[in-house]
Design a protein around this ligand. Structure first.
Ligand SMILES: CC(C)(COP(=O)(O)OP(=O)(O)OC[C@H]1O[C@@H](n2cnc3c(N)ncnc32)[C@H](O)[C@@H]1OP(=O)(O)O)[C@@H](O)C(=O)NCCC(=O)NCCS
Length: 164
């Protein structure tokens, strides 16, 4: 009741991207299990990355609820993970997260982003290709369940970043 009143008063909350908090951990664990478990036990692995001080995690929030996240390893410029739940995909949420990560990396002085993505993950290839990433190598048996990966990379230069 009080929430409905508040929503009427302030209107719909806008989308935003912010640093992930401990409160996002369950969302990140669940989503990682949903989209990455075919490659390994990522509902356990990704929460371990989350607490690494050299990893920046950002969350996309829609109407007060997390609907995507991305993780950057700041020591190398590797994007460790980016994910959007299937029901929210194809609405530019992944693109907004990737742009945000690119801006953060640029502000940190990184000039190149890279990541591993499964050879079989055609949607990810199309997504990163559209964002300007190129394949620079392959790695056999990269994932815990044995799938090979493509290594992809993008030069990011110095980006003029705006707040999300
Ligand atoms: C990859 C992923 C993050 C993309 O997120 P998204 O919010 O759906 O992507 P966007 O809506 O920003 O799509 C941007 C572009 O990527 C391409 N793309 C994204 N999903 C696509 C699909 N299912 N089929 C074809 N092209 C697709 C399109 O070119 C799209 O632009 P368009 O919609 O104008 O044609 C999402 O599919 C996902 O979470 N997948 C599971 C996890 C994963 O594989 N992560 C990547 C490896 S770490």
């Amino acid at each position: 009741m009080a929430r409905k009143k508040k929503e009427r008063k302030y209107g719909k909350q806008r989308d935003l991207i912010r640093s992930a908090t401990k409160g996002d951990c369950n969302f990140i664990r669940k989503l990682s299990g949903e989209v990455f478990s075919v490659f390994g036990d990522y509902s356990e692995i990704i929460p371990q990355w989350f607490v690494n001080p050299d990893v920046i995690t950002v969350t996309y929030v829609k109407n007060g609820h997390p609907v995507g996240f991305a993780m950057l390893y700041v020591l190398t410029g590797e994007i460790l993970a980016i994910a959007v739940p299937p029901r929210h995909q194809r609405r530019r949420i992944g693109s907004a997260l990737l742009n945000h990560i690119e801006c953060l990396a640029s502000q940190l002085g990184l000039r190149r982003l890279s990541l591993h993505t499964a050879k079989e993950n055609n949607v990810a290839h199309l997504f990163f290709q559209k964002a300007g990433f190129e394949v620079i190598g392959t790695q056999e048996n990269y994932y815990p369940r044995g799938q090979p990966a493509l290594i992809i990379s993008k030069h990011i230069g110095l980006l003029p970043c705006t707040r999300s």
